[in-house]
Design a protein around this ligand. Structure first.
Ligand code: NAD
Length: 420
């Protein structure tokens, strides 16, 4: 196989190893397999920003399209110090499998800027977002590539992106991003979509394993868009949320946290730390505390070879992308832990992003109840397909989900053939 060292990173090597393993299982055509190992295109940009103190800083940004074979590309934009070309490429590849698995007419993409968003003022963040958008403008558009929020970005980031793009077109183009505020064409239920999707797959998984979701003990690592919503909805379902964390550390109470009060505390204090009625705990220790369900919803590689054998949960639902290393995955599998993989568990976000895009193209908006019931239908159908395939193939849910996603993308390549 050809050298692909420019994309080298831990996550990219993991993504390639997953692809190679599944390709062998699917007996994929060798040439198509080789094409799937590379992104279609990758753009690296430098972003000069005038800082509040008058100095100029250069930030490095990326936008990667993994494949465009099933439709325009779709994928989040990440602001994080860990961002590099290899990580963004791996995440774009995962988006390809995720969109195909969920039956969405998209290829996979991802973007990122290497920065610490918490260290930037609102003005600096706006300037960074607008200049990044201008630099990648050739690669984005409603029928070309549609960014969405991810780690470190939010609805406001999407509003700035949409405005910048729209200014260059001389008209409002809501379909260029999803996950934007409702007032400028966002979708009802988008903010909650990823967390809500996790609840729907957990509902199916616990049912299949012969339990009730209600009264399960849950730990959530990462109390952001994904984790906080998952915690709130599971708490409302009757689960006991025994521990949560954010980047500064976690809190733990085996009798359960009141998530509504916790959210009010986070709004005031800026993080979960200091919440009364719980003990502080580190992110490292939180993952191995007693619980039934563990939801890693922060960053990658949090369940590793060195802690996987101490994970007490019987179900891990991957809210984050790539939170379990392949070595840890094998250890969890050996111990009979059910891992609901990222490309299935956290797909609710891209599913409602798809709904938002469709609504924007039609200028016709659906009620929230319509969105949540369609989301439930799509998540449940995908979960059941993956569960059935895993049983048929005698494999784990991750392998089955990847088999289904990769098979569909490969089939797209096969029927379209090779240009020229
Ligand atoms: P977010 O920025 O809203 O929240 C991230 C949370 O994780 C915050 O509480 C933050 O403090 C915490 N965190 C960050 N670094 C950490 C660290 N080193 N250790 C522990 N906690 C840390 O981001 P989000 O949108 O909730 O995304 C979280 C994860 O879910 C990411 O991996 C993202 O790729 C994935 N994801 C997000 C969506 C979505 O719709 N937002 C969809 C699919 C997957």
């Amino acid at each position: 196989m050809t050298d692909n060292s420019e994309f080298d990173s831990h996550l990219y090597r993991t993504a390639l190893a997953q692809l190679d393993r599944v390709a062998a299982r699917l007996t994929l055509d060798r040439d198509i397999h080789e094409r799937l190992r590379y992104p279609r295109r990758a753009l690296v940009v430098s972003i000069p920003i005038r800082m509040d103190d008058g100095s100029t800083n250069i930030f490095i940004g990326y936008r990667v399209h993994h494949n465009t074979v099933l439709g325009p590309t779709k994928g989040g934009l990440r602001y994080d110090l860990g961002v590099n070309l290899g990580e963004v490429t791996a995440l774009a590849m995962l988006m390809s499998w995720k969109c195909a698995l969920m039956g969405l007419p998209y290829g996979g993409a991802k973007g990122g800027v290497r920065c610490d968003p918490r260290a930037l003022s609102t003005r600096e963040l706006e300037n960074l977002t607008r200049r990044y958008t201008a630099e990648i403008i050739l690669l984005i558009g409603p029928d070309l590539d549609i960014p969405a929020p991810d780690l470190g970005t939010d609805e406001q980031t999407m509003a700035w992106m949409m405005d910048t793009y729209s200014m260059t077109q001389g008209k409002s183009v809501p379909g260029v991003v999803t996950g934007k505020p409702l007032i400028v064409g966002g979708s009802a239920g988008r903010r909650e979509a990823t967390g809500r999707g996790i609840v729907y797959v957990l509902y199916q998984a616990t049912r299949r394993l012969g339990h009730e979701l209600r009264s399960r003990k849950v730990i959530v690592q990462g109390f952001g868009n994904v984790g906080a919503v998952a915690a709130r909805l599971l708490w409302r379902e009757g689960c006991t949320i025994v521990g949560v964390s954010d980047i500064k550390g976690g809190i733990w109470n085996p009798d359960g946290l009141d998530v509504r009060q916790l959210e009010a505390h986070v709004t005031e204090a800026g993080g979960v730390g200091g919440y009364p009625g719980a003990d502080p705990i580190s992110n490292v220790d939180l993952i191995t505390q007693p619980c039934d369900i563990l939801i890693p919803a922060a960053i990658g590689s949090q369940i590793r070879e060195d802690n996987a054998d101490r994970v007490k949960a019987s179900i891990v639902a991957e809210g984050a992308n790539g939170p379990t290393t392949p070595e840890a995955d094998a250890l969890l599998r050996e111990r009979g832990v059910t891992v609901i993989p990222d490309i299935l568990a956290n797909a609710g976000g891209v599913v409602v992003s798809y709904f938002e895009w469709v609504q924007g193209l039609q200028y016709y908006f659906w009620r929230e109840s319509e969105i949540t019931s369609r989301l439930q239908e799509v998540m449940t159908r995908a979960f059941n397909r993956v569960w059935t395939l895993a049983n048929k193939e005698g494999t784990d849910l991750r392998t089955a989900a990847l088999m289904e996603g990769i098979r569909r993308v490969a089939e797209g390549y096969r029927v379209r053939g090779l240009y020229p």
